[in-house]
Design a protein around this ligand. Structure first.
Ligand SMILES: Nc1ncnc2c1ncn2[C@@H]1O[C@H](COP(=O)(O)OP(=O)(O)OP(=O)(O)O)[C@@H](O)[C@H]1O
Ligand code: NI
Length: 430
């Protein structure tokens, strides 16, 4: 199993500037996606899951925008090489200076450090860290900064390297074209295939996603497909561009349980055969248990806990995660199903306190005064973190609170930069 990340999200902040208020839909989120791995994002309605996905896809619409200091890096050398060739005016070498930046910022986590580089200007979004941007054949490493992608580069990323599957398949399928036409269009756009070659590939993709009698069905219209088959067709369309990353936003929520299980199996198969990095959004802990390798639990714009899936289910730490787990039907045989009372607040002011506190059975007075920082559980390496004043457990209460207070002060002193990277989810050799 690989531990390299292909998509690295750091201090992502996406806000909607409405007449009434600023909604901090995503408020300082860090996580990585790795090839061959499914990362689940779970949380109740309104927690910021979809806005996280849309931020990665470059689909945040006005009055929303991604705030400065946010970083979403697509770390894929082949893409950097290809894009540097296609979009030379948007590519920049940050090699040697990035190396000196790396001394000041050993994890390379502070995106602003790199962009302060004098040769980086507004339109740059393809960064070469090893090699020379003006001679793509020399490129060994680098990344595409998705928060800066616009125009053609963005279109090449979206649906090209990163594809998305939505809850309702009909938002992705055009009713007036056959399913085959739509897959062929994607193939032409992203893989330069046309005519019979494209049709053959479309049929083969439909077979890959488990659509029986693909040869006939390729020329049918979306309405001739059942809901489950439509979602399979959408997945085939997503795969037509041979993406590295697949983002699934509740792709099975509208389907009945049997079909849902089949689609989850299909995604697991595809992830393995294509070494996809999948980000899977759901509000259903049962679905998470089935599909995810890693889990990020989101609440009111923040990741409140992250862990490997087995660890999360065996030893959930954040009271919110525990609440979500207690709400899974059948998990507490016979017991009455419990849900967390109340609902997710709209994050419309900076987080200077714990946003879950008003609903938390374990909240203390401090929770309304101190913003909890994500701390490693059991003194670990950050593979499992919880943003809650109950942790780190091994410290006395005073020192624990001090730990969170300090993190808050640092963040306030340097808006945009996030010097504390202890909450950074890293994948160990598990
Ligand atoms: N276009 C918009 N304008 C204003 N606020 C928005 C907009 N889109 C999302 N929001 C707000 O951002 C917050 C996060 O929404 P998001 O859709 O990401 O939640 P979610 O976790 O995906 O929920 P669900 O499970 O219901 O899909 C919510 O408070 C929502 O009201
Ligand atoms: Ni959503």
């Amino acid at each position: 199993m690989t531990t390299d990340s292909i998509l690295s999200v750091r201090d992502l902040q996406t806000a909607f500037f409405t007449d009434k208020e600023v909604i901090r839909a995503v408020d300082g989120v860090d996580f990585d996606l790795a090839p061959g791995t499914t990362t689940g994002i779970v949380g109740e309605s309104g927690s910021g899951k979809s806005v996280t996905a849309r931020s990665i896809m470059g689909l945040v619409e006005s009055p929303g925008r991604i705030l400065d200091g946010s970083s979403i890096r697509f770390e894929h050398a082949d893409t950097v090489r290809e894009f540097a060739e296609r979009f030379p005016e948007r590519a920049v070498t940050v090699g040697s200076d990035a190396a000196s930046t790396a001394v000041a910022d050993p994890d390379g986590d502070d995106p602003s450090a790199l962009y302060d580089h004098p040769r980086v200007d507004e339109s740059d979004c393809i960064f070469v860290t090893e090699g020379d941007a003006s001679d793509p054949s020399t490129i060994e490493d680098g990344f595409v900064e998705l928060t800066r992608c616009t125009g053609e580069v963005q279109r090449a990323m979206r649906g090209g390297r990163i594809a998305m599957v939505f809850q309702d398949p009909l938002t992705s399928l055009n009713p007036v074209y056959t399913v085959g036409n739509q897959i062929e269009e994607a193939l032409e756009l992203h893989q330069d295939l046309s005519g019979q070659a494209a049709t053959r590939e479309a049929i083969s993709l439909l077979e890959d996603v488990g659509i029986p009698d693909a040869r006939r069905r390729v020329s049918e219209y979306p309405h001739q497909f059942s809901g489950g088959m439509q979602q399979r067709a959408v997945i085939a369309m997503a795969l037509a561009c041979d993406p590295e990353v697949l983002i699934c936003d509740e792709p099975t929520t509208a389907l009945d349980v049997t079909i849902q299980a089949q689609i989850l199996d299909l995604l697991a198969d595809l992830q393995e055969t294509r070494d996809l990095a999948i980000m899977f959004i759901t509000h259903d802990m049962g679905v998470i248990a089935e599909i995810a390798d890693r889990v990020n639990v989101m609440y009111a714009g923040e990741i409140v806990e992250t862990a490997g899936v087995e660890e999360l289910f065996a030893a959930p730490k954040h009271p919110y995660t525990r609440g979500l787990l207690e709400a899974i039907p059948g998990r507490h045989g016979g017991e009455r199903l419990r849900t967390i009372e109340g609902s997710v607040p709209t994050p419309n002011e900076p987080a200077t306190y714990c946003r879950f506190a008003p609903r938390c059975p374990e909240a203390t007075e401090e929770c309304s005064k101190i913003h909890p920082d994500a701390v490693p559980i059991d003194g670990g390496d950050g593979d499992h973190t919880a943003a809650c004043l109950l942790y780190p457990e091994e410290l006395p209460t005073e020192a624990t609170l001090e730990r969170h207070l300090e993190a808050g002060v640092e963040t306030d002193a340097e808006p945009g930069a996030k010097p504390d990277t202890s909450g950074r989810p890293t994948r160990g050799d598990d």
